[in-house]
Structure formats: C-alpha cells, structure tokens
Design a binder for this molecule. Sequence first.
Ligand code: UDP
Ligand code: MG
Length: 341
Amino acid sequence: YERVSSSTSTAPSAHGTGGEGGGRGVRLSVVVPVFNEQDVIRITHQRLCSVLAALGEPYEIVYVDDGSQDETPAILDEMAAAHPDVRVIHFSRNFGHQAAISAGIDHARGDAVVVIDADLQDPPELIPRLVERWQAGYDVVYARRMERQGESWFKRSTARWFYRGLRRLADIPIPLDTGDFRLMDRRVCAVLRALPEHHRFLRGLVAWAGFRQIAVEYVREPRLAGTSKYSLRKMLRLAADAVTSFSYRPLRWPLYAGAGWTVATLALMAGEAWRMSFAHHGISGASLLITFSLLGDGVLLLSVGVLGQYVARIHDEARRRPLYIVREVVGGRPSAQEGNR
Ligand code: UDP
Ligand code: MG
C-alpha cells in the first residue's frame, strides 16, 4: 500500500498535469480484455487510436489476450509491432474477463487507467469525457449504461435483475447498470493491485475502495461483430463471485429456512399426534408428511449448495494460485516488473 499512501498525501484537488509518477510519462493507459475478437479487434484499435491521438496526451494501450483460440493473438502482435505504445499480454489460457482486466491494471503504467471492452459496445469516443472528469478531480469515473442496444431480452433482463439484486444483497452500494468501462486514477489501481483476492468482481472492489467517484452516462451500443464471449456459465460465475464477495446474506438463508422448516414440521407433528389420539384417525396425513420431508430435503440440499459456494471460494483463496498466468508480453517499452499474479 506504500504507493497509495504516499501519493494520497500529495494529492491536489485536481489531478496534476505533470505526469510524474506513473510510468515514464504515460498519462493514460487503456486496458482492453480480448477473447476471440478477430472480427472486431482491428476496428477497435483504429477507433481507440484516433480518439487517443486527439486527446494529445501520451498514452499506451494494453491488450490482454485472454487465451484466444482464433486469429486474435497474431493480430494483436501485429498491432504491437506497428505501434510502440501498444503492449499485448498473452495469457497461457482463458482465465476470464475479470482476470484479464486485473492483469491489464497490473501492467498499466499510466496516471489513469481506462478499462474498455474490445467489442465496441463501450464507445471509445466517451473516453475524453471520462478524462475530463478525472482532470476535474475525480478518482473513479464509471460509465453507466442508460440503454442497451442490440442485446437480447434475456441478457437485458438478467443484467437488470442482477444489478438490482446485488444492490439489495451487497454490504456496500455498487452502482447500478455499470460494467467495467471506467477510468481509474493510479491510486485506485494501486489499491486494486494490492488486493489479494481471487474471485474478483472488480466493479464491487472499485466501489469498496472508495475515493471520489462519479458516473458518466452513455448508451451501450450493439456489439460490432462476433458473438458474446460471456457464456451463461461465465455469467453465472460472475454473479456468484459478486454475491459471495460482497454479501454474507445468503449464508443466513439456510438458517432461516431451517428454522421455518423445523417450526412447520413440529406443528405438523403436533397436529398429527392430536388427530391420532383424540380424533382416532389412524395414520392419515402420511402423504402430507412425505411431501413435507421431500421439501425438506430440497431445502437442505439448497442450503448445502449455498455453503459450498462460499467454501469453494475459501478453498481457492487458501490455495493461493495465481490469478492468471502470462505466457508472453509483446511490444511496448521495457518495464521493471512484469509477471504473474
Ligand atoms: N472477454 C474476455 N475473457 C472472457 C470473456 C470475455 O477477456 O472469458 C472479453 C471480451 O473479448 C470483451 C469483454 O471481455 O472484450 C466483454 O465480453 P463480451 O462482449 O463477450 O460480453 P458481453 O458484452 O456480451 O457481456
Ligand atoms: Mg460485449
């Protein structure tokens, strides 16, 4: 945390324009997680470059190739060869979107870091507005989706649900309808780098980190080409990571369910006992009892499942395997520390 405290103490009300600190005068780092995006990546690169060139500040683009299986790695290397300010971090395999962003942040050298998707759903043209807010003194400028175009009803409604559900569950307020498209000051990045946890829900971690945060609103465009790289499985995993990282509440549900279940069963048993001894009914409510106990089994298994979600994550943290593995870093200017985490 050294870097955090030392730079905090000298923080001006607005971010200075000196460009000292950070890395070799890089003002802005743009981190782009990329997984099998051969159809869009060149266009993304062009649009990013023209936006960044117009800003007139020294910049770098850090592409994180998340174990792509198509032509993406070769295209990225080509781009790095053509442009000294482009660096490509190749993962040894697919580690997932959040790991890719973490790697990008770990490798970024700028005074501010912008995270943006590779599929142009997040318009690069919004970056100047993010930078403007940063220069006005904000440490985190996140882009909030006003509208999502060209996405399925399923995606839009599950996302809507997810953000609202998470807001109710989480112990800290996590901004609604906000993806990973955002600008972060290097102080915030230093906090993120220092966090040891594996199952990262970065939007939550950034909210948790605090600092001065502000939203900029935008319309999420349709993906330019290709299909979503977020399978249902990856979406579910992200949701589970988000909930388990920021809420203990699901752990209380088995307790409530167990208590409710026990009370109900006791009541049922009392009722049966009464009927058998006073109303001389024989063993009547047998089928009712069976249904009840089957329901009980369901509640029990569900509860064990909830516990499992947390235990598995504790296990992962205990194993302390790296968050990602870098196969190769291509392009850019040499730097002091590169590696796995
Ligand atoms: N991505 C990644 N690793 C993955 C899945 C996705 O790096 O395992 C990247 C992907 O290339 C894109 C961004 O993460 O730049 C967002 O993914 P996508 O657009 O497929 O998700 P959606 O916008 O459909 O939620
Ligand atoms: Mg997308």
